[in-house]
Write a protein that binds this ligand. Structure first.
Ligand SMILES: *[C@@H]1O[C@H](CO)[C@@H](O)[C@H](O)[C@H]1NC(C)=O
Length: 283
């Protein structure tokens, strides 16, 4: 140390701190100031630090929401969420990808709250050309209000995979060859919102929001988009995404989730489709 003058020592220290800060921003990936904008709820959307953490809140006057500034066409989107804890009955935390217009495509995660001690329902859906009706619902194998968990969409021209902590819970394959439309030409934004849906959300709407517990809060961090956002039209030819397949471990996990945690599947709702379930269910 005797070799370094005080000035040199200071410069070294500054460099060290700078490179540490840089490595942090790289690890965290997304920045909620840079990458997202508020859609409603004003001050109910809060961002902390350098934008690594975001919270949404819901009170009797309003819920809140945000969306990505960018649009994406294929890619893998990861977000860590910690959901409204305690009595979250009546609340819905939505996290989805959507394009715009009457023939929009959409890939949905919706978390339906519950009374204390009862499980959330994770509701999923896929809209193509403005048409949804492809609901699958799950309970989770953990309490999603205690810690952050990672919810992801891996979207390629071949398939859409919904993942929870890297476990695939649902796969929607491209069956265009069989006449089923697939989202592949309309770029989507990432949206999230927290709102009151106590007419239907919890136990079929029988349990209402307990406003004495408001404001309700959901937490977001570590957003990461492995892009293919629209600026890169190379998306269509990116072999990594086109060749994406589930490996043996993922297929086993998917079967495990579908066997033990799936609570609704439109593909087996024969009452709802007396003329026969949709084509993609039969393939
Ligand atoms: C709430 O808890 C009940 C009872 O365990 C369960 O049937 C239901 O699926 C849960 N979720 C919602 C959103 O009602």
């Amino acid at each position: 140390m005797g070799l370094l003058s005080n000035g040199n020592y200071m410069i070294m220290l500054i460099l060290l701190v700078l490179s540490f800060a840089l490595s942090l921003t790289c690890v965290n990936g997304g920045n909620f100031y840079q990458d997202f904008e508020v859609t409603f709820g004003d001050g109910r959307v809060k961002r902390f630090g350098r934008g690594q953490l975001l919270t949404l809140s819901l009170d009797p006057v309003s819920g809140s929401g945000f969306r990505s500034k960018r649009e994406y066409l294929f890619g893998r989107i990861d977000m860590q969420l910690k959901l409204v804890s305690g009595n979250s009955a009546g609340t819905v935390t939505a996290y989805y990808l959507s394009s715009e217009g009457p023939t929009h495509d959409e890939i949905d995660f919706e978390f339906l709250g519950n009374v204390s001690g009862q499980p959330y329902t994770l509701h999923t859906n896929v809209y193509t050309k403005g048409k949804g009706g492809r609901e699958q619902q799950f309970h989770l194998w953990f309490d999603p209000t205690l810690k952050f968990h990672t919810y992801s969409v891996a979207w390629s021209p071949k398939m859409i995979i919904f993942l929870v902590d890297n476990t695939p819970i649902r796969v929607f394959k491209n069956h265009e060859a069989k006449g089923v439309s697939f989202p592949k030409s309309q770029p989507m934004r990432i949206y999230s919102s927290l709102w009151n849906a106590d007419q239907w959300a919890t136990q079929g709407g029988r349990v209402k929001t307990d406003w004495s517990k408001a404001p309700f809060t959901a937490y977001y961090r570590n957003f990461n988009a492995n892009p293919n956002h629209v600026a890169a039209t190379a998306a269509f030819t990116d072999s990594k995404w086109q060749n994406q397949e589930l490996n043996a471990w993922s297929r086993r996990r998917l079967r495990w989730v579908q066997k033990y945690f799936m609570i609704y599947n439109y593909c087996t709702d024969f009452q709802r489709f007396p003329q026969g379930v949709p084509v993609e269910c039969k393939i």
